[in-house]
Design a protein around this ligand. Structure first.
Ligand SMILES: Nc1ncnc2c1ncn2[C@@H]1O[C@H](COP(=O)(O)OP(=O)(O)O)[C@@H](O)[C@H]1O
Ligand SMILES: [Mg+2]
Length: 411
């Protein structure tokens, strides 16, 4: 790249890093502006070839976009949250990157050689965001692991995403990705939904943000103390999920294992029910990802629980995933054996198979990061990425086509 004059309009926290990076890469820092209007003047005077701005209204506005068009200057906006993303989108600016992105990514966008950000395939603003529940029987088949991985893949595909911990028995999203769970976000959202005052602003205040160069997502953390389960009543959970639909493109619900309908156990109609959150999440979801562990015990648990899933809840739209495929627990041709067992005893065809991948998941847990962030080329991550492209994102979207190229589906 030749020496380019790059102007910035960024908050101080970002200005230092980006300014130093661009100089280190051989460019010239043309100006550091404190506002969109100041930058617009710099561009009008022909003092810059490119601009990097924050997507906050203070640093990015209509006038700046008009000046940039007139001067033929390409702008890249750095986003810190969904409000920024929406602001950039509203102005028609598609060259956006997460604020934590490295310089290489920003430069690719500046040169226009990176694929444009994929527009969300579902439109949260119309209240039609999709809801995906990740469920599986007892015995830790990998519900939480998969819910996190699906959220990160969808975020990387350019969608806005919220990941909610709805497990009333052993919620564990927060510690898995290095977030605090002192103030359970999902319970707080339920409380507001119960008082009819949950909205997008409140959700963004309550939720924590998992930041990643690939694409960040919102997290509504779970109840730290299991004794708080009565806060997650069926009506509140349903109302919270409805609100999430008009907040983000995809809401991923990490559920508990038990489908036991407490109504059959307790005759008190008004008693709170511990499994209400999981059952409501499954009923409200557009798609259920059902996970089982691919070993003899896990398979038999899955097949039994799957009958409950189908019969009690009468669910269709279930995507079956067998996790931790390995020859050491199942024998030679593990994938073939698992497929046969599911077909023969459950009538389940074409399950998704995720390989056992101890090194990659240990690295993720150890660092409190997603699989994508610590082991992007690991076999388990590639299998999950392929699943998201093939079974979750709409078939014709550019992202699934692009992803399929680099991703081998486990045979
Ligand atoms: N494919 C895999 N290979 C290796 N380890 C895995 C795999 N999937 C999940 N794990 C590990 O299994 C453990 C339990 O997973 P988790 O998602 O918490 O289960 P659940 O939510 O179903 O209780 C975690 O430590 C996770 O890292
Ligand atoms: Mg879990």
């Amino acid at each position: 790249m030749t020496i380019d004059r790059i102007a910035l309009a960024l908050p101080v926290s970002l200005e230092d890093r980006i300014g130093a990076e661009l100089v280190r890469h051989g460019h010239e820092l043309a100006a550091s502006c404190g506002s969109a209007d100041e930058l617009a003047s710099v561009l009008a005077e022909g003092r810059a070839d490119y601009a990097v701005v924050s997507a906050r209204p203070r640093y990015l506005n209509d006038r700046l976009m008009t000046e940039a068009d007139a001067a033929g200057v390409r702008i890249v906006a750095l986003i810190e949250d969904d409000a920024d993303r929406r602001h950039a989108k509203a102005l028609g600016l598609h060259e956006v990157a997460e604020a934590s992105s490295d310089w290489e990514r920003i430069e690719l966008l500046m040169l226009g050689s990176s694929p444009p950000e994929i527009p969300p395939m579902v439109d949260a603003e119309s209240g039609r965001g999709r809801v995906i529940a990740v469920w599986g029987p007892a015995g830790s088949p990998g519900r939480t692991t998969l819910a996190i991985a699906i959220a990160s893949e969808l975020a990387a595909a350019g969608c806005t995403v919220a990941l909610a911990d709805v497990d009333t028995h052993s919620g564990s999203i927060a510690p898995a990705i290095g977030l605090l769970d002192e103030a359970p976000g999902f319970a707080a959202a339920c409380r507001l939904a119960g008082a009819d005052s949950l909205n997008r602003t409140e959700l963004e205040r309550i939720a924590e943000r998992y930041e990643s160069p690939g694409g960040g997502f919102w997290v509504l953390t779970g109840i730290g103390r299991p004794s708080r389960w009565p806060e997650l009543s069926a009506d509140r959970v349903a109302a919270t999920i409805r609100e999430c639909r008009s907040w983000v493109d995809y809401t991923i619900l990490d559920t508990g294992a038990s489908l036991e309908n407490d109504e059959e156990i307790s005759s008190d109609l008004f008693a709170p029910r511990r499994n209400a959150a999981t059952i409501t999440a499954l009923r409200e979801a557009d798609q259920v990802v059902a996970v089982g562990a691919a070993d003899p015990v896990g398979l038999s648990r899955f097949l039994r629980a799957n009958v409950d899933l189908m019969e009690t809840l009468q669910l269709d739209r279930v995507t079956v995933v067998m996790n931790r495929i390995r020859a050491s627990a199942i024998g030679l041709n593990a994938a073939g054996q698992v497929r046969q067992t599911l077909q023969r005893f459950g009538g389940i065809s074409s399950p998704i198979l995720i390989p056992h991948d101890q090194a990659a998941f240990d690295a993720a847990i150890l660092s409190g990061r997603t699989l994508m962030d610590v082991a992007a080329r690991s076999p388990a991550r590639l299998a999950i990425a392929a699943m998201v492209a093939d079974r979750i994102l709409p078939p014709q979207s550019g992202s699934s086509k692009r992803r399929r190229k680099g991703v081998k589906v486990l045979a």
